[in-house]
Design a protein around this ligand. Sequence first.
Ligand code: GLU
Length: 548
Amino acid sequence: MDYKDLANLIFPDAKEVSWYEEKYPKRNLPEGAQVVRYAPSPTGFVHIGGLYQSLIAKKLAKQTGGVFYVRIEDTDQKREIENGVEQILQALKDYDVSPDETVNADGSDLGNYGPYRQSKRKDIYQAYAKKLIEEGKAYPCFCTSEELEAIRGDQEKAKERTGYYGKWTKCRNMPVDMAYEKIQKGEPYIVRLKSPGNPDRKIKHKDVIKGGIDFPENDQDIVIIKSDGLPTYHFAHVIDDHLMGTTIVTRGDEWVASIPLHLQLFYVLGFKAPKYAHTAPMMKQEGDSKRKLSKRKDPEAAVSYYKEEGIPRQAVMEYLMNIANSNFEMWRKQNPDKSMDEFPFDLKRMGVSGALFDMVKMLDVSKNIISKYSAEEVYEAAYSWAKEYDSELADMLKDKAYSLKVMGIERKNQKPRKDIAKWSDMKDSIIYMYDDKFLNSNIVYEYQKITDKNEIQTIVKNYLENYYDEHDDKQTWFHKMKDLAEKMGYAREVKEYKANPEHYKGHVGDISTVIRVSLTGRSNTPDLYEIMQVLGKESITERMKRIV
Ligand code: GLU
């Protein structure tokens, strides 16, 4: 009995690895083109960090004329959630980071290097595991969980590293005949790597983001094929990244510690290792300290949150780009109208330690983006959000012609309004423009300086009867406001008032505030003249009559 017999017994049907090497030839791409992947496990809701990873991977691929692909890492089937893959694919689509190659929602594959789901690649992993067994570089291990527990207990007692390595490896040197016999008898087993590493030796790794890091060599005989015949993540990713032609692995830095193992696997399998770029996690400020953005504690960790809140896709992605490369903010200022695709992203500019994820900042980015939308774009986006999440708003927006006018307020000028960050803000910021909502509500008038009821009534009455003319242009309108102020003992100009406050009851601003509040209930609104243009005479008269 030799290794070959043992390998044949374990994987009788496995093909020669050369079959796969021919099936998946080296990609024919120009020099410098990067093949980058996003390799999620479908084990929970889609995390904002997943979008971040896909954005980086896709950007890198596109920028170099390479390929961005998605590989679903679903070898841990116990942890898999229902619809996990569909949710991931949908999120990538919603946020416009669709891959060039991927498994599709219907299970079919897009691309020549599939299947793009690890659970469909069992035969491939087994072929390579078989080769390693034939070469004496991997072996079956029959240790039961009780035996492994006992080894761990002994290691802890002896204050030694835990794990399956060196002198603790019960099955590593088992004679082939014995292993053969056990398998024939039906004893359960898994397959382990026979690690060639020595922890007294160091390996030097150069991470694209983190720079040079030295590690002791790996000496753990890790599991490569589990008892269900599926590979472990470590083994699978190495084979996949090799066959799929990945040139650079971008992934979260929780994987840095696995580098010695992963590089060893590439070496043992005779593959060229890709480059690695480990990204720092997104952090959240909590009091004086920072912690990782948490799936459990932070609603904004879930990609679904942004859709529910109505934060535009572009805002989410631009904010993520900001976190990835902090110079993006400056670039955006200098290139307000360019597509983000033109931004020269640089992996080396990514932070080594965790970047702060700040919702206030994201909403700021969003306000800027929405301020550039046309009324039509605001309308379309808000309406489609409302149809899904807010039926009252959807109802209001059914009147498209009127709503477009409302959305158009302060949108055509040099300094467009920047008060809307998300579609869930929309209802509150426009509800007073809709007569049936405003007039039928319990209006709380937020008067400011002038609070005397009689004075307010006199101002409003006077304005409506003697000064308001729906045909006035903005200048005439404003002039009339000043005339009214003067007539009622208020200064025409704020500075006149400031120079001689004792001469006046107040100034034109106080008068226009009364008009504003009487029409909208609010003291803070976009441009009053534009609001009045949109409301129109009938509504204005109706609203003012409520006051007098
Ligand atoms: N499947 C791994 C995860 O979801 C990805 C690790 C990698 O990108 O290599 O964390």
